[in-house]
Design a protein around this ligand. Structure first.
Ligand code: G4P
Length: 555
């Protein structure tokens, strides 16, 4: 990274240079990541322990307690309460070991993985959390694919080592074979389940012994050298020898540690531990901070934007309405990409060209909010959004730039949304348009203009139920869902022209998205494959290409 001002020219004054140095210091301190995992792998537990080490919470259980609080402050989250799930996701910032860490929290339930996809667009690193007994699970694989598209570094934490699990070597093999990722074990477990004694740090060759802490409290950690005689008293020979043999095998046959490969998303450092009992969480956090990449530059309409560019820029990756029903507010979450953000600054909104004064920026920690005075690349700020921001929008100062938007991922269930009461059409329309803007659900439209009812397209059934619930509670319209029976969507890369060229197609329905692009819906993968075999020249895409500078159609 280089220090440049907005015009890429030398600094004109000492104060400019001081500002640039301050920015460089803040950027160097920042680390940001999201956790990807399958439900139940222990994401909430790990998050809580990380916050505990960061001093952001005082006792374990606080994350869940916060969840409880959230359930009472937000009425549309009534559904969360009923189902015992977490839908909302926010950003948790904490300081640890001289670094400022932004943990981009994602919803726990897989039906809301669209939200997770978008959050990953704002993340510089990902932590892939696995249950040692289960290994790779479907949701982790899906989210991993999103990380791979962005080539972000992935750090693997194999959790629940205090319980009987799969052999550590086969867990690594699975990651290599199924995800095509090289692995490098940062530490290696000694025993598992009841016989879990701790880990050997691969670099220092120290044995880190763990004692089970009181539930929720930080465990005490003891570091012993491998040749320390006391070790023999504390760890059974058999367990230690097995771990050492396996480590030797890794030295001979495994990949080598290579920071460049980690940063290009080709090699994953692997950590073994147990979030619940605090085994290995601190060593993970320490090593993660050394290896994770800082805020990265991003491609834009004006080329690559360095985080040290003096002008502020950022993009909206998530919108959330009515987090606090008392205020009926809408919050746009902005990932800061370059420069220093200051409260009350006036920025340009790239899509509309409008100037906006950001007078009440917020830092959001779980459900708590505080006004932000400054923010730096890698941070996330919450802006009050009176309907102006859409997902993917760029905000900037100085020369105009626009970041690449955030792609839409293939939905898996499709349903007509019927409004049985014509007199409430105005509210119905408002609700559908706003929820689409917020990204709560994707909306597709029939190509036949006379059919005005929108098609809700989602990753999971619960996502549809939330939309229905919110339409009723926030917009006062009762709606009916009519499932369409399709399971797969593909965007046609060549647009309407290429679709016309191949003539009539069978076993799929053609609809359009909000940007009037053709989308094909299939009942199953078999029908999709058949179409591709019949028309190999038709290019289909599971991820909608990003559109910029064009307003979407509304209901
Ligand atoms: P999630 O957010 O990924 O869905 O998972 P969460 O942290 O809620 O953890 C799922 C379950 O796994 C919880 O048990 C949790 O206590 C347990 N767990 C997490 N980490 C570990 C670990 O390292 N070892 C063991 N043995 N268990 C772990 P639960 O019974 O569903 O909830 P609770 O009653 O413990 O809160």
């Amino acid at each position: 990274m280089t220090l440049v001002n907005s015009a890429d020219e030398p600094f004109s004054s000492d104060s400019d240079e001081l500002i640039a140095v301050a920015l460089a210091n803040e950027v160097a301190k920042r680390r940001n990541f999201a956790i990807i995992s399958h439900p139940d792998a222990g994401k909430t537990t790990l998050t809580e322990k990380l916050l505990l080490y960061g001093g952001a919470i005082q006792q374990a259980g606080a994350v869940k307690a916060r969840g409880e609080q959230r359930k009472v402050t937000s009425d549309w989250m009534e559904l969360e309460k009923q189902r015992g799930i977490s839908i909302t996701s926010t950003v948790l910032q904490f300081d640890y070991s001289g670094k400022t860490i932004n943990l981009l929290d994602t919803p726990g339930h897989q039906d809301f993985s669209e939200d997770t996809y978008r959050t990953l667009a704002a993340a510089d690193n990902a932590v892939m959390l696995e249950d040692a007994a289960k290994g790779l699970e479907p949701q982790t694989r899906k989210l991993f694919e999103v990380c791979r598209m962005r080539k972000i570094p992935i750090f693997t934490f194999i959790n629940k080592m205090d319980r009987p699990g799969q052999e550590p070597l086969s867990l690594l093999d699975e990651i290599e074979a199924e995800l095509g990722l090289l692995t490098w074990a940062v530490n290696w477990p000694i025993g598992s389940g009841e016989q879990f004694r701790g880990v050997i740090d691969r670099h220092s060759k120290d044995v880190v012994l763990f004692t089970r802490g009181e539930r929720g409290k930080q465990s005490t950690e003891r570091h012993l050298k491998l040749d320390d005689l006391e070790l023999k008293e504390l760890v059974e020979d058999e367990l230690l020898n097995k771990a050492l043999e396996e480590l030797e095998l890794l030295e001979i046959a495994g990949a080598e540690m290579d920071l460049e490969l980690i940063h290009s998303g080709e090699l994953t450092p692997v950590f073994f531990g147990s979030a619940m009992t605090n085994f290995g969480v601190r060593p993970f956090l320490d090593a993660f901070l050394q290896m994770a990449q800082g805020p990265i530059g991003r491609p834009s309409s004006d080329g690559h934007i360095d985080p040290l560019r003096s002008n502020f820029s950022g993009f909206v990756f998530k919108l959330q309405a009515n987090m606090d029903p008392k205020h009926r507010d809408r919050v746009a979450f902005v990932r800061v990409c370059s420069g220093r953000f200051e409260k009350d600054m006036t920025v340009r909104h790239a899509r509309t060209g409008k100037a906006i004064r950001l007078s009440r920026p917020q830092k959001i920690f779980g459900q708590d909010r505080a006004v932000v005075e400054n923010a730096y690349p890698g941070d996330v700020i919450g802006l009050n959004n009176p309907g102006m921001f859409a997902i993917g929008d760029t905000l900037y100062t100085g020369k105009r730039i626009e970041y690449e938007g955030i792609p839409c991922f293939s939905p898996e269930i499709f349903s007509w949304l019927r409004n049985p009461n014509p007199s409430s059409f105005k509210n119905f329309r408002k609700g559908v348009n706003e929820l689409r803007e917020e990204g709560a659900v994707q909306i597709l439209y029939d190509t036949d203009q006379s059919k005005r009812d929108p098609i809700l397209a989602a990753v999971g059934q619960l996502q549809l139920e939330v939309v229905q619930h919110r339409l009723e509670n926030e917009y006062g319209v009762e709606t009916r869902l009519e499932p369409m029976g399709y399971q797969v969507a593909r965007w046609v890369s060549g647009g309407w022209i290429s679709l016309e060229k191949i003539g009539r197609i069978f076993n799929c329905k053609t609809v359009q998205d909000a940007w009037q692009r053709p989308v094909l819906l299939f009942k199953n993968n078999w029908n999709l494959n058949q179409l591709q075999e019949d028309h190999p020249s038709l290019e289909l895409c599971a991820v909608a290409p990003v559109v910029s500078g064009v307003d979407p159609i509304t209901l």
